[in-house]
Design a protein around this ligand. Structure first.
Ligand code: ADP
Length: 135
C-alpha cells in the first residue's frame, strides 16, 4: 500500500490549468485520486491518459473531469486476503483504497478511515517479494 500522505492527489476544487497539468505529467502516475474537502474523502479518479486531450487554457475544474465512484474505484480492508484483492483489481481500475479502523486515543468512538492506495503493482511486489522498477 502507498500511505495516503505519500499519494499524489488533487482536490476536486482545483482547475486543470498549466501548473496542475504540468504537475500531473511530472509526477507520472497513471491514476490520481481526487478528494473533496479532506484527503480521506476520495470521490473518484483522474486518469493521466485522458488528460492528454485537455487544453490547460480552458482551466477545466478537476471535478468535471473526474470519473466518479462506481466506475471502478474499489475499497478494501487492510486485512483482506491478497488473493481476494487481486481478483477485485483484475476486474477493472487497477487501484483500490485501503480502509481500516481508527481507534483514536480512546476518548472517541472508533471510526473507519482511508489509510492509503493499492495497485496491482503493490500486490505483485508482495507476491514476488521484491520491488518492481518502473520504466
Ligand atoms: P503507475 O501506473 O501510475 O506507474 P502503478 O500501478 O504501476 O502506477 O503503481 C506503482 C506504485 O505507485 C505503487 O506502489 C502504487 O501504490 C503507487 N502509486 C500509484 N498511483 C499513485 C499516486 N497517485 N500517488 C502515489 N503513489 C501512487
Amino acid at each position: 500500500m502507498t500511505p495516503l500522505a505519500e499519494t499524489f492527489m488533487l482536490s476536486a476544487g482545483e482547475r486543470l490549468g498549466f501548473d496542475v497539468v504540468a504537475k500531473i505529467f511530472r509526477m507520472g502516475y497513471s491514476r490520481i485520486p481526487i478528494y473533496e474537502v479532506s484527503k480521506s474523502n476520495i470521490i473518484g479518479l483522474l486518469f493521466r491518459q485522458g488528460s492528454h486531450f485537455l487544453d490547460p487554457e480552458d482551466e477545466i475544474p478537476v471535478k468535471n473531469f473526474v470519473q466518479i465512484f462506481g466506475r471502478g474505484l474499489h475499497v478494501v480492508w487492510a486485512d483482506d486476503h491478497l488473493g481476494d484483492v487481486l481478483k477485485l483489481l483484475k476486474r477493472g481500475s487497477h487501484m483500490a483504497l485501503v480502509r481500516d479502523v481508527n481507534s483514536g486515543d480512546g476518548n472517541e468512538d472508533p471510526f473507519y478511515e482511508i489509510k492509503g492506495i493499492l495497485t496491482l503493482e503493490d500486490i505483485i511486489e508482495v507476491i514476488l517479494g521484491d520491488d518492481i522498477i518502473d520504466e
